[in-house]
Design a protein around this ligand. Sequence first.
Ligand code: CA
Length: 694
Amino acid sequence: MSAMRIWGIALLAASVVATGAPAQFRPPGWFVDDGALRKGHKGEWLTHGLDYAETRYSPLDLITAANVKQLSLAWSFDMETRRGLEATPLVSDGVMFVSSAWSVVYALDAKTGDLIWKYDPHVDRNYGRRACCDVVNRGVAIYRARVYVATLDGYLIALDSATGKPVWQTPTVDHKRGYTITGAPRIVKGKVLIGNGGAEMGVRGYITAYNADTGELAWRVYTVPGDPSKPQESPALEKALKTWTGKFWEAGGGGTVWDSMAFDPRLDLLYVGTGNGSPWMESLRSPEGGDNLFLSSILALKPDTGELVWYYQTTPGDSWDYTATQHMILADLTIGGRVRKVLMQAPKNGFFYVLDRATGELISAKAYADVGWATGVDQKTGRPIEAPGVRSQSPLMPMMQKPGPLGAHNWQPMSFHPGTGLVYIPARMDAFPYMKDPKFVFSLVPGVWNYGQIASPTNDQLPPGSGELLAWDPVKQEARWRVPLEADWNGGTLATAGNLVFEGAGDGRFVAYSADRGEKLWESPTGVGVIGSPMTYTLAGHQYVAVLAGWGGAASLFGENRSGKYGVPGRLLVYALDGKGKTPPAVASRAVPAALDYNKDLAYLQKGSALYAAHCVMCHGIAAISGGSIADLRYSNESTLKMYPKIVLEGAYQPMGMPPFGDRLKPDEVEAIRNYVLDRRAAITKTSEKSNRR
Ligand code: CA
């Protein structure tokens, strides 16, 4: 039946062309079916990671290491937001589909950037409070003339690719819990796959498959067990239940599938990565220990039913927010003289894993970053060898750990170049003082962080982070080359047959390197720090490279925007050889704010720090360092600092996106938060953090 429908569209398209009407009447993406997704389509970018293997390696070679110096802006598009931008644009039939903050979708002419349609799901702005890491969206899916977007407030929506009008929509989360969606849907065998996020809020993770045609639910697979007094949904969960203790289900357990997926059509296996525990610290979640399956794991599922075929847990009994939701790449590598079908992942925990993707067997694991929590991975058991004492967390003695909760690699996709044999990892590093809240009580109030950490770090508890572009040899499990980057929060990577690797730098540049040696060959200012995931396509004999520039996402938790002021509008930047667009200005430095008096009493500062950690951190950043899409409170002007009760309790800045917290905070608590912010401000008025971070 669906084949008939597609055939009907094809006939319609042919007749439209025959009558001389404009070709755009053929719905874009009409030919994107299972075969097209499997084979790929030269010159187009049809699914999130370019192909089912999620390689982000493009065979396009019109732009090369030899001519990349001629690359310049062809066109740009105002994404109408000052929030984070993380999407990978898709291109089909000359139309680009790209999502913005608040799950807004644009269809643009991929040659000119002209707007074809815009779809705004009008996400309730109060959902911003539930998002751990900004109101971002990492992209859409295309299938049979439809565009699929999952919204921050938990709906999966199918749009008509020609008009942007919804065809169907379905809720895919329990709106009473702290679920949000920021990930891109994938399409496998006629099903739309979508997970969700919210482990910091306290949810039970799962992934759902929907019939792409009708929106009917096909299957749902939970990643952690539920209430043990009820039967578990599958034999796999019955087994997983034995690895948990205590009343873990009350806070949901976590294990959300918030980003990464890949598919092997020959093995007929769908791979998904699962997130951290909820709350973070195992002793608060599962007091008598246990591995807590399937947290921080890679799951191989049957795409028709969701049945679990194998799993590999990267961080048993996770206590540090070490998600395994980071981008996975499938490749065939010659290891020890044998061609192995592998799955590669560089999760937050700092180890690069090469698994046999048919069986889940560990082939190798090696630290790709500075790792403090484990000394290695045991080749026989596949388990990490934990360093002594890593599970002690006390509010009195913060446990400094490497990597921190943003990981040695986060959502920013890596890429794999089959020619160089290298994986290009947007790597990063920070240490983080974990502080367990011994009095942690789970709260169902939407937007309250249930991560069980007592406080946001105070001054001098946060050493500066560092970022790098890391070219990793997955066979030898060693670095081939690395390029240190000034910011610790940079964009995803794209590898091309032109011997190129593209990456956006957090300090506001889009850069091309040679893929084999890591030489910087070209760069262009982007006008705003931090960049999304670059992609490339061809149209009428020209190759284009597109990337979103807009600081936000988890950068708003830890990052330091180099822009002169917060809220620089994000843009879609599209480059071509000898492009004629106007390059954005370079990112300017920010002025140091004036010093102000405040109460330096330690107990009072700690009260403010704890309140800040519970209510403010998810938007304004850990230690009050904001990524800049949302106001960096340390840099507020004095009139704003005087208006705290009106802003925080009554919603005076609601039009700017700041929701009122009168339902959760009292005036004296607001003053304690304000005082903590002033303490954090004092740190930058004393010594410029910028100079520290260089
Ligand atoms: Ca997390």
